[in-house]
Design a protein around this ligand. Structure first.
Ligand code: TRP
Length: 345
């Protein structure tokens, strides 16, 4: 059995620190020993952004530059575009026959998105179909490992149900290489930091919100040192702490959450957070430390990224290469499916 990894990003914006800790770091390790497929889900972006296709196009290239800048290596992994893989669209239709309509409308991730983006009843059919499209993204590649953020688990659950159903109904009807299932079981891989919070204050229920473009609370991988400094110096900390001698809250405080995730100097973090909780250290010094940490992490990435963005032809050549390799696998899967459904003539 081949250990294949598949995951994807929707090009609705460039990648930020949340993507870095939640997913990209994992992928750097995975690409060393697994056959990795990283899909840029441009068709998914159309489900909410169909009026601004040029933005989607720009974000595809932005994400690709982000990938390469953090160290995803096209010699070691396959990076490709969802719309370059016709088998995904075909499989989406076949899968749609196996799924009850109301099962889609109950999908918690969809429901959250409809609420958070204020879509009401005002979304296209394609939007409802997108979890199914995501199942097709996955199943086309017959992967065993899927690195994702927590919010994606309902989609993976649905993909798994479809895989089991297909295997059960049709798995015996086709000839597969020894030991292979039509759709192998896959496991979601969550990172240690499941969900990075953003720079802003909590919502009305007192909950810190996740880092996201739409909430305008993100540090992007391409932010320069000045912008990082300004974002961090203005970030939300403990609103009840007016002066350095006030006792501070470190648990619900992005400043300390960030230090714990990103600062390699764990000794300093331990001591300084203790001092902060006891009113013995100022905000500014701790924020400046965090600026240094984040700038050290992102400066080399931003520099490489700039070189890549100057060379869109190179970026596109990576997609062309990925397209060829990804289609070989996806077309093979589609042939199995058609054979299983007795529609391969
Ligand atoms: N929906 C995912 C997101 O917005 C992106 C995605 C598309 C994906 N297809 C996928 C993730 C397949 C994992 C597997 O983050």
């Amino acid at each position: 059995v081949i250990n294949r990894v598949l995951t994807g990003d929707t090009p609705t914006g460039p990648l930020h620190l949340g993507h870095w800790v939640g997913s990209l770091k994992n992928r750097l390790v995975l690409q060393q020993s697994y056959d990795c497929y990283f899909l840029i889900a441009n068709i998914h972006a159309f489900t909410t952004k169909c009026y601004t296709p040029l933005d989607i196009r720009a974000n595809v290239l932005a994400i690709l530059a982000d990938y390469l800048a953090v160290g995803l290596d096209p010699e070691k992994c396959t990076i490709f575009l969802q719309s370059d893989i016709p088998a995904i669209a075909e499989l989406t239709i076949f899968l749609s026959m196996e799924l009850n309509f109301s099962r889609l409308t109950r999908n918690p991730t969809l429901k959250t998105e409809i609420r958070d983006k204020n879509l009401g009843n005002n979304y296209p059919l394609g939007f409802l179909l997108y979890p199914l499209g995501q199942a097709a993204d996955i199943l086309c590649f017959r992967p065993t490992v899927i690195p994702v953020g927590e919010d994606q688990l309902p989609h993976l659950e649905m993909a798994k149900e479809l895989a089991i159903k297909f295997n059960h109904k049709y798995g015996q009807k086709i000839y597969l290489p020894e030991g292979e299932a039509l759709f192998p079981l896959f496991t979601p891989l969550l990172s240690d930091t499941k969900r990075l919070i953003g720079l802003g204050p909590p919502n009305a229920e007192g909950k810190l919100l996740k880092m996201s473009k739409s909430l305008n609370n993100a540090i992007y991988l391409h932010d320069n040192a000045d912008l990082i400094r300004s974002k961090i110096m203005h970030m939300y900390t403990d609103p009840l702490r007016i002066k350095a001698s006030d006792k501070g809250n470190i648990d619900q405080n992005p400043l300390w959450i960030f230090h714990k995730v990103f600062n390699p100097d764990t000794k300093w973090v331990e001591q300084a957070s203790f001092d902060y909780a006891n009113g013995a250290i100022g905000d500014v010094i701790c924020k400046k430390r965090l600026v240094d940490v984040v700038v050290d992490l992102l400066a080399p990435i931003a520099k490489k990224r700039l070189d890549y963005t100057k060379n869109p032809d190179y970026l596109i050549s990576i997609l062309r290469k990925g397209q060829i390799k990804a289609n070989m696998i996806a077309n093979q899967t589609l042939m199995y499916i058609k054979e299983a459904l007795a529609q391969h003539f």
